[in-house]
Ligand binder design. Structure first.
Ligand SMILES: [Zn+2]
Length: 151
């Protein structure tokens, strides 16, 4: 590959440029690190569902077994809080499902276009072996300039 800083040819990837010392990473190894959005949604929906379910079970248990006449105020508050969490997380779960449906409609198109736009990786693959037979010598260029200016 060529050094993007000084233009020196035939550089090894994952090393430093022999001329200017710039680090030259192997661009083919740079994969997107962020988790895909569909995976995030899946994790979110799972946690919303699990939290809602656990809150519902605990609230039901509290109301069925503990709460009655003479129950400490704190336990009543906790039970009410669990009901609120159940409602909130259920709504979050429904919202996440809606979002998942929207993403499924949108993402396939985006993934295709990003594949086409990942030019650096393709260019890198095409440019790794420079062809020395194709190089125009500096003297040749200078002679051409001289001829043109003489006309
Ligand atoms: Zn360099």
């Amino acid at each position: 590959m060529f050094c993007p800083n000084c233009g020196a040819a035939e550089q090894a990837q994952e090393s430093f440029c022999r001329i200017c010392g710039l680090f030259l990473p192997d661009l083919t190894k740079l994969e997107p690190r962020e988790a895909p959005i569909s995976q995030n949604i899946q994790v979110n929906s799972f946690f919303s569902f699990a939290t809602a379910l656990i809150s519902l079970i605990l609230a039901t248990l509290l109301y069925a077994t503990v709460i009655g006449a003479g129950t400490p105020f704190v336990i009543t508050v906790v039970a009410a809080f669990l009901v609120v969490i159940f409602v909130w997380q259920s709504l979050a779960f429904v919202r996440t499902l809606k979002l998942k449906r929207q993403v499924e409609e949108l993402v396939p198109k985006r993934e295709n276009s990003s594949e086409e736009l990942s030019v650096p990786r393709i260019t890198n693959r095409l440019l790794t072996s420079p062809d020395p037979s194709n190089v125009v010598q500096f003297e040749t260029k200078r002679d051409l300039v001289r001829e043109r200016s003489a006309d």
